[in-house]
Design a protein around this ligand. Sequence first.
Ligand code: FES
Length: 160
Amino acid sequence: MTEVSSKEQNITEAVNKAFEHHSASMDELIPILNEVNKSLGYLPGEALTEISKRLHVPKSQLFSVSSFYQMLSTKPRGKHIIQFCESAPCHVVGGRQVWQALRDSLQLDANETSADGKWTLAMTSCLGLCSVGPVVVIDDDVYGNVRPDQIPEILARYGE
Ligand code: FES
């Protein structure tokens, strides 16, 4: 008898669910990856192996797609994802100072995850919100015209 670990079980369940909601076709690739990423917090190699089998696509192709899209990750990420826009329009209106405040408050650098698994600090290109830069997006919450002194209060909204 082979013992199936709970991690493997979770991965299998997440993949099964995604294929219940979407057909096994390449047109559905992004929604499938997105759903599995959402339910597991990232895309483990085992999940990509399973998806590659079901869609008959090489796993390497799934890795490329997963690395391309900001919303997908092949590494474990924090409970809260902070996206910070590093593009020029946000940079020139004070983005650099906001970025510094984020790094100081979280003690993280670009694309790092905190040891307690609470935060991932992701640097991104333009988020399409340039008119209200500097912009910080935490999960689905958008903060515009952010000043560095507001960072501790914004982070505190996400509790323990
Ligand atoms: S440049 Fe920052 S949102 Fe567009």
